[in-house]
Ligand binder design. Structure first.
Ligand SMILES: NC(=O)c1ccc[n+]([C@@H]2O[C@H](COP(=O)([O-])OP(=O)(O)OC[C@H]3O[C@@H](n4cnc5c(N)ncnc54)[C@H](O)[C@@H]3O)[C@@H](O)[C@H]2O)c1
Length: 352
């Protein structure tokens, strides 16, 4: 019988609650603890799963029954919480962004390596069947040489959204920025992954429609390692949520994804599952074009726990998740300095 993991949920907010719900569909993981400083929220979530509520994270880590923690806390807390968990011998699943600094991400990777535990980062949108098909189609040359790649996120977020739960969203200290690092990181990650990594950026950011410290609109010009060029255009100030878009123009084709589903493809032959490896097919199994909130989390969590039980590396490891963080940090630095910025860690190791 496969190993069953005892899980501590850290943060009983929007995503901590979604993780607990997503684990209900997974046979080999059980919520046994919840760490949350807000007593009412913490007790409510813990009681639902007959788990222990801890007002402090270090108390949860002291529970020897817990094998693994899921971090659903404000992003700026992820590095220190990961390092503490690794020191206590627990595996870590953290929400995106893994860190709001390059140094924080690196210290997380080093801490789990040192402790011999595993770190997986939630990037559920990358695990779409169509995202995998397009990635493999580009690698197989189906759209010819990649020329242009763009990502856009035009969403609406209210001022109330930013003010909730102590107002951490849109702050530099806890969110690490605004629309780029919080809402858009999934789409930026998909674009950088499909085109084999970003080498340099040049950017503008603006705060136009919210009372927040960081940006609610941004535009960036990119050069990829392949030589292709591209753009990122994102905001939380749109009148409503429009589908996210990733568009790639090749010398012999073109592809558009809307909400991680292909809406247009022209290439040397049709997209199909025969482009996918056996491992890819495992990764995208159970994917549906329209996923209810939490479904993508359930799929990634199932892959993570299956990999842990088999002693394999789960998707998506820290080194891989750091790439999108580095692109975004480069965009902030470019906007601040007015200079073109080479992306940290984007050498050959950063390009896989
Ligand atoms: N993958 C996704 O699609 C997705 C969606 C939403 C949020 N997120 C990520 O999840 C994280 C949390 O976002 P959210 O929207 O759930 O925020 P939230 O404000 O709803 O929840 C955060 C919770 O953490 C608690 N908290 C704060 N400090 C803590 C500590 N030291 N120990 C334990 N708990 C603590 C807060 O009280 C709050 O309940 C962020 O990193 C965000 O980027 C990911």
């Amino acid at each position: 019988m496969s190993k069953s993991f005892m899980v501590g949920i850290v943060g009983a907010g929007v995503i901590g609650t979604a993780h607990a719900g997503a684990l209900e569909g997974i046979g080999n993981a059980t919520v046994v603890g919840v760490a949350e400083p807000r007593e009412e929220a913490g007790r409510k979530l813990a009681d639902k799963y007959e788990a222990h509520w801890h007002s402090s994270y270090t108390d949860l880590l002291a529970d020897p029954e817990i094998d693994l923690v899921i971090l659903g806390t404000p992003s700026g807390l992820h590095p220190e919480q990961t390092i503490l968990a690794a020191g206590a011998g627990k595996h870590v699943i953290t929400e995106k962004p893994m860190s709001i600094t390059h140094d924080g991400a690196t210290r997380m990777i080093e801490a789990v390596d040192r402790a011999g535990v595993t770190l997986a980062v939630i990037f559920q949108n990358r695990l779409s069947r169509d995202v995998y098909r397009v990635k493999r189609a580009i690698e197989a040359g189906l759209i010819g040489k990649p020329i242009l790649g763009s990502a856009s996120v035009f969403w609406h977020r209210s001022q109330d959204y930013y003010d909730a739960n102590g107002g951490w969203r849109g702050t530099w200290a806890l969110d690490g920025g605004g629309v780029l690092i919080n809402q858009s990181i999934h789409t930026i990650d998909v674009l950088q992954w499909m085109l084999g990594g970003v080498a340099s950026v040049q950017a503008h950011v603006a705060t136009l429609n919210h009372q927040i410290e960081a940006e609610d609109a941004a535009s960036a010009s990119l050069r990829f390692h392949s030589g292709a060029v591209g753009s990122i255009l994102v905001t939380t100030s749109a009148a409503q949520d429009f589908p996210t878009r990733v568009e790639i123009i090749g010398s012999e084709g073109r592809v558009t994804l809307e909400n991680n589903v292909v809406s247009h493809f022209e290439g040397k032959r049709e997209l199909s599952d025969d482009l996918l490896s056996d491992d890819d097919l495992v990764t995208v199994r159970d994917w549906k074009p329209v996923e209810a909130f939490g479904e993508g989390h359930r799929r990634q969590l199932r892959l993570i726990f299956d990999a842990l039980a088999a002693g394999k590396e789960p998707p998506i490891p820290g080194r891989e998740a750091r790439k999108a963080v580095d692109v975004i940090l480069g965009i902030y630095e470019s906007a601040r300095s007015g200079m073109r910025i080479d992306i940290a860690g984007s050498g050959p190791e950063g390009r896989s």
